[in-house]
Design a protein around this ligand. Structure first.
Ligand SMILES: [Zn+2]
Length: 285
């Protein structure tokens, strides 16, 4: 295929903007094309959760002309992208290598299908609906933050935690749960990324379990003590990685491009250990 028959960075960015309209993003968010030459032809796209030096090197090794990332590289204002800063180095590396960068963040979270649909699909949840229906520009169409669904077969929290560990992308941090291990789980809410803010919505929905990332001690403890759903805490990267397959598949269907997915775990937690006394479960003397 000649370069003239290839989609350009503008073609792909425009299509992504239509699928994930920037006005669907939260006010504080920064989405869309971050950098790149609009006229450059695109043959290969690398989909990543985080645009970090390791995934940039992966893009260069794969010969990708475009990175589609979930997290914005430049969320907060900067006054310098000097190459002796962490993000400045990434910007320079990308521009020198002629690799464009596009971010779809909270606009991809609320989309239908969106980030949490892909997470729910890993758990085979059926009859999905939003955990928090979208308001404003994104309202309607089954859009919103998180998803609520039903397990194909109910299971105890203890079993469900193992089921989640087997079905979400593997990370060193693994999966942990809060609540009675014997609790029966039928209905589940999921939210890709940090889910603290939607604990109340999950409790109000009356689901048996709520799976998300980045849960903190006090909100989680108080929520469980209040009789809320059991909580399943997964690694942030693991909760959003499933979406990469969905967006890559969509790109391949929409354009004659090779859309590939980064399985490089960009979660900061790289080591996990359990105290031997917990593993042995020996009865107290
Ligand atoms: Zn995230």
């Amino acid at each position: 295929m000649t370069d003239s028959a290839r989609p350009t960075v503008r073609d792909v960015a425009d299509a992504l903007d239509r699928r994930y309209p920037p006005e669907w993003a939260e006010q504080w968010d920064r989405v869309g094309l971050v950098l790149g030459d609009f006229a450059a032809p695109v043959r290969t796209v690398l989909c990543v959760v985080d645009c970090v030096p390791e995934t940039v090197e992966q893009a260069l090794a794969a010969g990708a002309e475009l990175i589609v990332a979930h997290h914005p590289l430049l969320l907060r204002p900067v006054s310098s992208i000097a190459p002796d800063t962490y993000k400045g180095r990434i910007v320079h590396r990308l521009i020198r290598a002629d690799v464009a960068l596009y971010a779809a963040h909270t606009n991809a979270d609320v989309a239908n299908p969106g980030v949490s649909d892909a997470l729910a699909a890993r758990l085979d949840l059926i009859d999905l609906r939003p955990l928090v229906p979208a308001q404003g520009a994104a309202e309607g169409g089954g859009r919103g933050i998180g998803r609520i669904g039903t397990l194909a077969a109910p299971m105890l929290l203890d079993e469900f935690t193992g089921f989640c560990a087997r079905n979400v992308p593997p990370t060193a941090g693994g999966v942990r749960a809060a609540g009675d291990p014997e609790r029966m789980i039928r209905t589940v809410a999921v939210c890709g990324g940090a889910g603290d803010g939607f604990l109340g919505a999950a409790a109000a929905a009356g689901v048996d379990a709520y799976l998300c990332a980045d849960l903190r001690h006090h909100p989680a403890s108080e929520h469980v003590a209040d009789g809320g759903p059991a909580l399943v805490d997964v690694a942030h990267w693991a909760s959003e990685r499933p979406w990469l397959d969905e967006v890559a598949g969509w790109l391949r269907g929409r354009f004659p491009v090779d859309a590939i997915v980064s399985d490089l775990d960009t979660d900061p937690w790289t080591v996990h250990a359990t105290s031997p006394s917990i593993d042995e479960k020996e009865p107290l003397p």
